[in-house]
Write a protein that binds this ligand. Structure first.
Ligand code: PLP
Length: 378
């Protein structure tokens, strides 16, 4: 029997993203403690939350340097006093003048992800900047391959020839960790560390100060070996989500955001229901639940104080269209107690995308927190 709050009781008339501050603070503190115990510099990725207020929560936990994924995001956080920011996204030649302007104000660290990208940066920026070369250690997204020393040499030569550029070291994002379950992550982590160690061995004689920056949420959360890594840059851990929970990187009770979605249609005869909560709210990111079904989020009951319970067992968010979220029930009784006008909480498959799409956070006390969203940059 589902017991979940009526929308009118809570005064919520549309999908909103509810933030559990205590869980978020716990997640932020846990990673800060781990990094400090491991002697690692922590440069959290702020693209997950994109909020000045949440940034201040990190600052209160001792965080002084951050990662972002775009120049507008760097400008946004620089405006709130962040003065050491890495834009962990390949240098975009079209933004040379904005990059130069920001580099005059703060300690701006940039990323080049190919030899030509390095040449473009060197040719277009005369302001002093610090630069990482991005490496691909297996993810297959951006970065010079970890074993392409000729490519790395070309990028290095270009950067070294430009006095205004300080070469910092190598940066990687082992995002293929998202495909691994908790038991497989230490193996993947060891492979990544071994690859980075060979890169360090190759270049350290010429660049004794070089830094290695790595650290996605799955490996940073689960693994304890960071040998050869100077800095980690996880971001998702502030919220976690069902992709991480489905791989047992976190528990559902660690997830700090939930889409609050009005129930708009219930069809016990066909074991289905619909919520107002579709792809424009959650994104189309998905995961496999414990029975191997493809799902778009975990459905939870919502209480009158804005807190949500554990995921409901026999209900699945099995399809999304633009505004609709379609619920499948394993048996007709699984819908008992659910009716139009109530609210359900959806733990997102991928919290970073959900947050970006929703554009603001609601706290249970009715406070709203603003954010930048990369889909609608200033
Ligand atoms: N660094 C880079 C370059 C990334 O692209 C990302 C995420 O996509 C991160 C760090 C943060 O990793 P996670 O989302 O696993 O916390």
């Amino acid at each position: 029997m589902i017991t979940t709050v009526d929308a009118r009781e809570l005064g919520i008339d549309r999908p909103v993203l509810m933030l559990d501050k205590q869980r978020c603070l716990r997640n932020i503190r846990r990673m800060a403690d781990k990094a400090s115990k491991q002697g690692l510099s922590l440069r959290p990725h702020f693209k997950t939350h994109q909020s000045l207020e949440l940034g201040r929560w990190f600052r209160d936990c001792g965080c002084e340097r951050i990662t972002v994924s775009s120049l507008p995001m760097a400008e946004y956080f620089a405006g709130d006093g962040w003065s050491d920011i890495t834009v962990a996204f390949p240098y975009n030649l079209g933004q040379a003048s904005q990059v130069a302007a920001l580099a005059r104000r703060i300690d701006l660290k940039l990323l080049v992800s190919s030899p030509v990208g390095a040449a473009d940066l060197a040719a277009s920026i005369t302001t002093g900047v610090e630069v990482f070369i991005e490496l691909d250690v297996g993810h297959g997204r951006t970065g010079i391959a970890w074993d392409d020393y000729a490519g790395q040499q070309r990028a290095l030569d270009t950067l070294a020839a430009k006095p205004s550029i300080t070469f910092l070291g190598f940066l990687t994002h082992a995002g293929h960790s998202y495909r691994y379950s908790v038991g497989q992550l230490p193996g993947l982590n060891s492979e990544v560390l071994a690859r980075l160690a060979t890169v360090r061995q190759r270049w350290q004689p010429q660049w004794p100060q070089l830094l290695i920056s790595s650290g996605d949420t799955p490996c940073s959360t689960v693994c304890d070996d960071f040998a050869g890594i100077d800095e980690i840059r996880p971001g998702n851990y502030a919220f976690f989500d069902m992709q991480q929970a489905s791989h047992e990187v976190c528990k559902p009770s660690d997830i700090a955001v939930a889409l609050i979605a009005p129930v708009v249609a219930v069809y016990p005869q066909r074991q289905a229901a619909a919520i107002w909560g579709g792809a424009v709210h959650l994104s189309k990111d998905l995961y496999s639940d414990s029975e191997g079904h493809t799902v778009y989020g975990a459905l939870c009951p919502l209480a009158a104080d804005g807190s949500w319970g554990e995921p409901l067992k026999d209900l699945r968010l099995s399809a999304l269209s633009q505004e609709h979220g379609m619920i499948s029930a394993d048996k007709p009784e699984a819908l008992d107690g659910l009716r139009e006008g109530q609210l359900l909480a959806v733990l997102p498959a991928h919290s970073c995308l959900t947050a970006d799409l929703m554009g603001s956070y609601c706290l249970p006390d009715g406070t709203w927190l603003d954010m930048l969203t990369s889909t609608k940059p200033r």
